[in-house]
Design a protein around this ligand. Structure first.
Ligand SMILES: Nc1ncnc2c1ncn2[C@@H]1O[C@H](COP(=O)(O)OP(=O)(O)OP(=O)(O)O)[C@@H](O)[C@H]1O
Ligand SMILES: [Mg+2]
Length: 366
C-alpha cells in the first residue's frame, strides 16, 4: 500500500557539520517527488534518513501515521537505488536482480516473470547471464535499478539512478521510470541534480540548497514562480538572465534597467509599492521570453550582438546591452542575425521576475 511520507523539522548533523536543516515536507501517497539541488546540498543524506540508513539528529519522519525514526531499514518497506550502487560480483545479472525475491522465498515462476519484465523495461534482457564485471557502468546502473524495481515497496527511493547513462538512454529511461512508477502505484522519492530530469519526471519538486528546502511545488510552479534568486537561476536552460534594476518613483513606479524604463505588472508584484525608493532589485527574464526587434520600441533595451550559437531548432543570441550587462535571448534557428548587429530586446512583462537583491526573495504575489 502506498503511503504519505512526511518530514517534520528534520535535521542532520555530522559532528558540528549541519547538513540538513529543518526540512518540513509532505510527499502525498503515489506521488513522484524529486529532491533537486547542487552537489553537497544534502539530498543523499535526506534520502538515507528516509531509508533508515542514517539516524535523524532532530525531527520526525512518518510513513502515513507511523513515526519511523527508530524503525530498522528492513522493517520500513522501502526499496532504494543507491548513488554508489554495488552489485554482487559473483552473481550474474539475473541473480542480482532476483536476489530480494529469492530471499523472500518467491516461487521460481513468479521470480522469472518479474525479472524478465524488469529486464525488458531496462533494456538488459540480453545480459541476464553476465557477471557485473563484464558490464559497462551504465549497464550496471540499470541492474541496480532492476534490483529495486522487482520489489513492491510502500516507498521507492532512488538516488541519481540515471547518472551513468548516455544522453539518449537517459531520456529513454526517464520515460520508462515514470511509466513504471504509474504502474507500480507507490510513493517515489527521487534524487537528482539535473533540473531537466526533475522537471520532466516529477509531480512535485523540492529544490534544496545548503541543507535547506528553498521551494516545494509542482514543476510549473517552480519554473514560473521561483521564490528566490537561487531557484530562479537553478531551474531552466539556458539559465535565466538577471539584470540589476531599480524603481523609478518619478515615472509612476516603472523599473529602470540600464538606460530603459520598463512597465511592471503591478498586480503580479504587489510588494513593489512598499519597496524603499533606493531598493536594489534584480530583474529576471528567461532567454525564451525576450523578443528581438529592429526598431526602438519604448521599453526596449538597446544592445549589440556579441555571439550567436546554433542549438538546432533554436539560436542563442548573446547581447551586450548599452549599459554593459549581458542578455541571452533564444530565437528560432531560421532567424537571420549576425554578430555586430544592433538590436532592441523587448521583455515580455508577464514573464518578468523581480527579486530583492539583498535577500534574494521574489517580490511576486504568493
Ligand atoms: N558520513 C558523513 N560524515 C560527514 N559528513 C558527511 C557525511 N555524509 C555526507 N556528509 C556531508 O554532508 C553534506 C551533504 O552530503 P550529501 O551526500 O547529502 O550531498 P548530495 O546533495 O547528495 O550531493 P551529491 O549531488 O554530490 O551526491 C556534504 O557536505 C557532505 O560532505
Ligand atoms: Mg548524493
Amino acid at each position: 500500500m502506498a503511503l504519505d511520507v512526511v518530514l517534520s523539522r528534520v535535521n542532520k548533523l555530522f559532528g558540528s557539520n549541519h547538513v540538513v536543516k529543518d526540512v518540513d515536507l509532505k510527499f502525498p501517497a503515489l506521488n513522484f517527488v524529486t529532491l533537486l539541488g547542487p552537489s553537497g546540498c544534502g539530498k543523499t543524506t535526506l534520502l538515507r534518513m528516509i531509508a533508515g540508513l542514517e539516524t535523524v539528529s532532530h525531527g520526525d519522519i512518518y510513513f502515513g501515521e507511523r513515526r519511523i525514526n527508530l524503525v530498522r531499514p528492513g522493517q520500513r518497506d522501502v526499496a532504494m537505488v543507491f548513488q554508489n550502487y554495488a552489485l554482487y560480483p559473483n552473481m550474474n545479472v539475473f541473480r542480482n536482480i532476483a536476489y530480494s525475491l529469492r530471499v523472500r522465498g518467491t516461487p521460481r515462476e513468479e521470480m522469472e516473470k518479474k525479472v524478465r519484465e524488469v529486464a525488458e523495461i531496462l533494456e538488459i534482457s540480453h545480459l541476464l547471464d553476465r557477471k557485473p564485471r563484464h558490464l559497462s557502468g551504465g549497464q550496471r546502473q540499470r541492474v541496480a535499478l532492476g534490483r529495486a524495481m522487482v520489489r513492491n515497496p510502500a516507498v521507492f527511493l532512488m538516488d541519481e539512478p540515471l547518472s551513468n547513462l548516455d544522453a539518449k538512454l537517459r531520456v529513454n529511461m526517464r520515460s520508462e521510470l515514470k511509466l513504471f512508477h504509474q504502474r507500480l502505484q507507490t510513493t517515489t522519492v527521487y534524487v537528482t541534480h539535473d533540473q531537466l530530469e526533475a522537471m520532466t519526471m516529477s509531480d512535485l519538486i523540492a529544490v534544496m540548497h545548503d541543507g535547506k528546502v528553498q521551494q516545494f511545488g509542482t514543476p510549473a510552479q517552480i519554473y514560473n514562480e521561483p521564490c528566490n534568486l537561487f531557484v530562479a537561476g537553478f531551474i531552466g536552460s539556458p539559465p535565466m538572465n538577471f539584470l540589476p534594476a531599480s524603481l523609478d518613483r518619478d515615472s509612476g513606479g516603472r523599473l529602470r534597467v540600464g538606460g530603459a524604463m520598463l512597465d511592471v505588472p503591478g498586480e503580479t508584484f504587489p510588494g513593489l509599492g512598499d519597496c524603499p525608493a533606493d531598493a536594489k532589485l534584480v530583474l529576471g527574464i528567461r532567454p525564451q521570453d525576450v523578443e528581438l526587434a529592429a526598431e526602438a520600441l519604448p521599453g526596449s533595451l538597446a544592445g549589440e550582438v556579441v555571439l550567436v550559437e546554433l542549438l538546432g531548432s533554436e539560436k542563442l543570441v548573446d547581447i551586450r546591452l548599452d549599459g554593459g550587462q549581458r542578455l541571452v535571448v533564444q530565437v528560432r534557428a531560421d532567424r537571420d542575425i549576425a554578430v555586430g548587429e544592433n538590436v532592441r530586446a523587448v521583455i515580455s512583462p508577464n514573464a518578468m521576475q523581480l527579486f530583492d537583491e539583498a535577500s534574494g526573495e521574489s517580490l511576486r504575489r504568493r
